[in-house]
Design a protein around this ligand. Structure first.
Ligand SMILES: [Zn+2]
Length: 186
C-alpha cells in the first residue's frame, strides 16, 4: 500500500456496569430485569448440583432464576468456578451474564444502554493522516461501528461513511475487535 498509516490509535469498548436484561416479568409485564449486585443460587442434591443466576424485575422486584446448571455432577464443575458461585464472585457474575449462550437459552437480550463507554487516547496526534484505529472489546457490547467512530472522532456519520475504510460492515452492530482507517479530509 502506498499510503501505509503511520499512526495507530488504540480504542477500547468496556462496560461501566452490568447491563440490564430485556426480560418480561410474569407478574407485572415489565420488560426490564437486573442482576443487582449479582447473586447465584446453588442447590445440592446428593452429588448433583443446580446453579442459577438470580435476576429481579426492576419495577416489582419479583425474583426469577436463570438456569446455569441442572442436575450436574459436582465432579464435572471446575472447582474455581464452583467456588465463584458460592461467593457470588462479581467477575463470574459478569462473565455469566454477558455470555451469549445464556441469553439464547433464557430468551432475553441484554440492554446495554448507558452501561458502557469508549476509551480513546487523550492525546490525538493532529494532522497525521491517514489514521489507523484498532478497536478492542473488553466486554461484548454490541455497537454500530459508524456510530462509534463518529462519536470517537467527533465526525458526522456522513463524514464517517466518506472517509473511513474499514474491514467490516460499518452499519452492522458487532461486539468483536475490528480496525479501520480514516483518510484525510481532501
Ligand atoms: Zn415485575
Amino acid at each position: 500500500m502506498s499510503s501505509s498509516p503511520h499512526v495507530v490509535l488504540p480504542w477500547s469498548v468496556r462496560r461501566t456496569r452490568l447491563p440490564l436484561l430485556s426480560l418480561r416479568c410474569v407478574d407485572c409485564r415489565s420488560e426490564s430485569a437486573t442482576t443487582g449486585d449479582g447473586r447465584f443460587r446453588v442447590n445440592a442434591n446428593g452429588k448433583l448440583l443446580d446453579v442459577w443466576l438470580l435476576v429481579r424485575c426492576v419495577s416489582c422486584d419479583r425474583t426469577s432464576k436463570l438456569t446455569l446448571h441442572e442436575r450436574t455432577p459436582v465432579s464435572s464443575l471446575d472447582p474455581a468456578t464452583l467456588h465463584g458461585y458460592h461467593v457470588n464472585d462479581p467477575v463470574l457474575v459478569a462473565a455469566t451474564l454477558v455470555d451469549p449462550a445464556l441469553a439464547r437459552r433464557g430468551r432475553f437480550t441484554l440492554d446495554w444502554t448507558d452501561a458502557w463507554r469508549l476509551d480513546t487516547p487523550t492525546e490525538r496526534p493532529g494532522g497525521a493522516w491517514p489514521l489507523r484505529v484498532e478497536v478492542t472489546f473488553e466486554d461484548p457490547v454490541p455497537v454500530r461501528p459508524d456510530r462509534l467512530i463518529a462519536h470517537g472522532l467527533g465526525l458526522s456519520r456522513h463524514e464517517v461513511l466518506r472517509r473511513v475504510k474499514g474491514d467490516v460492515p460499518l452499519r452492522r452492530p458487532r461486539s468483536t475487535d475490528f480496525t479501520f482507517t480514516v483518510l484525510s479530509e481532501g
